[in-house]
Design a protein around this ligand. Structure first.
Ligand SMILES: CC(C)=CCC/C(C)=C/COP(=O)(O)O
Length: 261
């Protein structure tokens, strides 16, 4: 019919699926696995593989716009992350800065934040400080659980150029989406800015710290850019949840009574 390439292949396939199997386009026959359907068609008609392109081939030739956009984004992400992983190893372009980046990594790690907050809680003798620290502890735990759940669901592998020499990890930390450091940095940053009275230069420093923690994840080769961007977004959004569920002697009297006893 004068058509060539994808259009002709798609049309040939569509017609083939209806005529050869003798079934409507959405019957059980067309819902079987593509390769099985193809073998069945070839068996029934004696057609060659060339005259009947497999269904899966057809799907790849007609991907959705969202599919193309996602694949392109992921390709750019992998390419950019590899280029930006300049401290991924001692021999990398900025390998000399790796020890400093690892200090930044520890500053955003969950363990020092959890231990520090728990210690502060034990030491505090003011009810107001206790309330803030208790909520920070709740936020940090919620963050750990949320990140572990998302990592476990998405199961995106860390970049191949990452050296797995991280300070204290848990099993899901073999996965990279989202960056736990980035979520924590954004969460803690918003929390501190809302609950601590700080001079402007210190507030700027807190924001810079959160950004540097995020950037260092890519520079160390631990994460792809999208892991960090989504992590920052998740941590930022999580703070709103923490604010919404704010624990106080009014909303959680049992918890506070337990603590004061
Ligand atoms: C062991 C504890 C308490 C927390 C684990 C913190 C950790 C290692 C998170 C992984 O962060 P990235 O996803 O940014 O690599």
């Amino acid at each position: 019919d004068g058509l060539s390439g994808d259009g002709a292949r798609s049309r040939a396939m569509g017609a083939g699926a209806r005529q050869v199997s003798g079934a409507p386009a959405h019957s059980d026959a067309t819902r079987t696995s593509p390769s099985c359907q193809l073998l069945c068609n070839v068996h029934q008609t004696g057609q060659s593989w060339h005259s009947q392109p497999p269904l899966e081939d057809c799907m790849r030739l007609n991907p959705s716009f969202a599919g193309i956009a996602l694949r392109s984004l992921l390709a750019v992400d992998l390419w950019a992350s590899k280029r930006l992983g300049v401290c991924a190893a001692e021999g990398s372009a900025w390998g000399g800065a790796r020890p400093l980046m690892k200090v930044v990594e520890v500053s955003g790690h969950g363990l020092p934040w959890l231990l520090g907050t728990a210690y502060g809680l034990c030491q505090s003798d003011s009810a107001a400080t206790r309330e803030v620290l208790l909520n920070l502890l709740f936020a940090l735990l919620l963050d750990l659980v949320l990140v572990a759940v998302v990592k476990g669901l998405v199961k995106r592998r860390r970049p191949t150029h990452n050296k797995m020499d991280m300070f204290v990890t848990i099993s899901v930390d073999k996965y990279s989406f989202p960056s736990g450091h980035a979520t924590r940095a954004a969460l803690v940053c918003r929390f501190v800015l809302h609950h601590l009275v700080l001079a402007v230069p210190l507030r700027v420093l807190v924001v810079l710290w959160a950004l540097i923690v995020g950037i260092s994840r890519v520079m160390l080769g631990r994460h792809n850019v999208t892991d960090v961007l989504f992590g920052l977004f998740l941590g930022y959004a999580l703070y709103s949840v923490v604010e919404y569920c704010w624990l106080s002697p009014l909303s959680a009297p049992a918890l506070f009574a337990l603590w004061s006893s």
